[in-house]
Design a protein around this ligand. Structure first.
Ligand code: FAD
Length: 303
């Protein structure tokens, strides 16, 4: 079984998420080749075949040109799986490659099981297993779902070049609108999840954040319900954080939330369900009613 992994490079830097592709291929037990539109000065820690195109001539992003580069590598490598990250780069390119190859596409893979790929459904409340039905399959993998794996060594480089006929020019990246708070820099984050019950309870979580000298975070349902501004959301569609202390209050631990906070140094979770998935990443799981435990902890800190 062979995989062609499509790494990512942005603003002159190799993205660390590229190593999640290697973690995925390792779990799949597949032979790997990596493709990168990047630079020889930023080679990944990887001892296999690296198809390398130069980002200064090919553009860090140009869908038509990058598609041609990938299809060239597919022809040379003949992989069973062509694997992207489920990022804006992957979202845009994966269907173009699948359509060109008449291959099936499985998006947002979160786990591998017995030759099938698991993806979330029903707003990630459930999982379904999908079995590839074509000889080649294009996959996108969910950020944070697979471990980061730096295999070490120096890649064997095969250079790729292509020309485009489409008048597209890569102009650059624009930073996202400035948020009123920058959770990425916070050393302590206390996050509210749906388990807090109602908007009126947000100040209780905010009080603990203040007592710990930290910032308020939130899971997506809390933001979607309008209880807290989106700038506080942690997760794949919110911010990625790595504070010294992360307190998850009434948060179940869905993969999209974990992807944004599992690199925190110490995770304290408060949940009334002892089997909540957040317990798998938490250093301490307090099994309690969050609205009883949090005010008691805040009061204790004030003593
Ligand atoms: C494409 C996509 C992107 C997404 N992006 C994000 C994202 O960026 N961030 C994000 O957070 N989610 C995201 N989600 C949603 C994600 O899948 C989950 O639905 C969400 O994280 C669940 O939030 P929650 O844990 O607050 O709520 P729930 O899953 O409903 O969990 C609530 C938890 O609170 C506990 N609880 C209930 N009452 C109490 C109580 N009184 N005391 C203690 N515990 C209690 C329950 O046991 C439960 O574990 C995304 C989903 C999709 C499909």
């Amino acid at each position: 079984m062979k995989t062609l992994l499509i790494g990512e490079y942005r603003d002159g830097k190799l993205l660390e998420s590229t190593y999640e592709l290697l973690g995925f291929a390792d779990q799949l037990g597949a032979e790997t080749a990596l493709l990168l539109v990047g630079s020889e000065s930023q080679l990944p820690s990887y001892g296999g075949t690296l198809y390398l195109a130069d980002a200064t001539t090919c553009g860090e992003y140009n869908p038509d040109l990058h598609k041609k580069l990938i299809l060239d590598a597919v022809q040379q490598e003949n992989p069973d799986y062509i694997v992207f990250l489920h990022s804006s780069y992957g979202w845009d390119l994966a269907p173009r490659i699948a359509a060109s190859l008449k291959a099936a596409q499985i998006s947002e893979v979160i786990a591998i099981a017995d030759g099938s790929f698991e993806v979330g459904c029903c707003n990630a409340k459930m999982r379904r297993s999908v079995k590839p039905a074509t000889s080649k399959t294009v996959l996108t993998i969910q950020a944070g779902a697979f471990p980061v794996l730096q295999s070490g060594g120096t890649p064997a480089i095969r250079k790729l070049t292509a020309e485009t006929t489409t008048p597209l020019e890569f102009v650059g990246y624009e930073p996202a609108e400035k948020k009123d708070i920058d959770l990425a820099k916070a050393e302590v984050i206390v996050s509210a999840g749906r388990g807090i019950g109602k908007k009126d309870n947000v100040p209780v979580i905010q009080a603990l954040a203040k007592a710990l000298g930290g910032e308020l975070g939130a899971s997506r349902p809390v933001v979607d319900a309008g209880w807290v501004e989106h700038s506080h959301q942690v997760g794949t569609t919110g911010q990625t954080v790595s504070p010294k202390l992360y307190v998850a209050c009434g948060i179940s631990g869905a993969i999209q939330h974990l992807a944004g906070m599992k690199k925190s140094d110490f995770i304290l979770a408060i949940n009334k369900d002892k089997d909540a998935p957040i317990g798998e990443v938490a250093d301490v799981l307090v099994v309690a009613d969050v609205m009883q435990f949090v005010p008691a902890l805040t009061a204790k800190l004030a003593q």
